[in-house]
Design a protein around this ligand. Structure first.
Ligand SMILES: [Zn+2]
Length: 167
């Protein structure tokens, strides 16, 4: 095994992770962060899907994502399962590749929705490598974007190709 190619779909937007908003409990504007916990509430024939946000003091705010009628519930359920599956596909363990003597790992970004920095994206999806390790590798030139030496804060776009050189 010398070169392995993977495909990733990045769809989470960093921009949506925080919202500046008045907090009733704090009594002033606070920065709310997405907990990535989702909740469904049924109210008569409507089902509401919420994202749970928390301010720095831990007060919650439910951001309404979707309202849908009970008869179309299954459609939304399928949609959610797909999201979860995509997330697990992106997650990789680098150790088996290292152990197998792989020299190069290529990751093709099929779709990118939102703003992603290369160092953060790799730290999120490669389980054994911390962001510090990844920044080190980018600076050393053992991680390239589209064949170029890049900075750790380089932004990712659909069609981009990340090359990781193992040795
Ligand atoms: Zn608060």
């Amino acid at each position: 095994m010398q070169n392995v190619q993977l495909s990733w779909n990045l769809y989470k937007t960093e921009l949506e992770d925080t919202v500046e908003k008045h907090c009733k409990n704090c009594g002033h504007t606070a920065l709310f962060t997405d907990t990535h916990i989702r909740r469904h509430n049924a109210n008569g024939k409507n089902i509401y899907r919420f994202a749970i946000y928390k301010c720095e003091k831990g007060h919650t705010w439910n951001k309404k994502l979707h309202i849908y009628k009970t008869y179309s519930e299954h459609v939304e359920t399928v949609d959610m399962l797909q999201e979860e599956r995509q997330e697990t596909i992106n997650n990789i363990s680098i150790l088996p590749y290292e152990n197998a003597g792989l020299t190069e790992l290529t990751i093709l970004l099929e779709s990118v929705y939102g703003l992603f920095r290369i160092d953060k994206a790799l730290a999120t999806y490669i389980s054994e490598w911390s962001r510090t390790v990844i920044i080190e590798k980018i600076k050393k030139g053992s991680i390239h974007l589209n064949g170029q030496h890049i900075k750790p804060n380089a932004k990712l776009a659909a069609g981009d190709c990340i090359s990781i050189y193992m040795r």
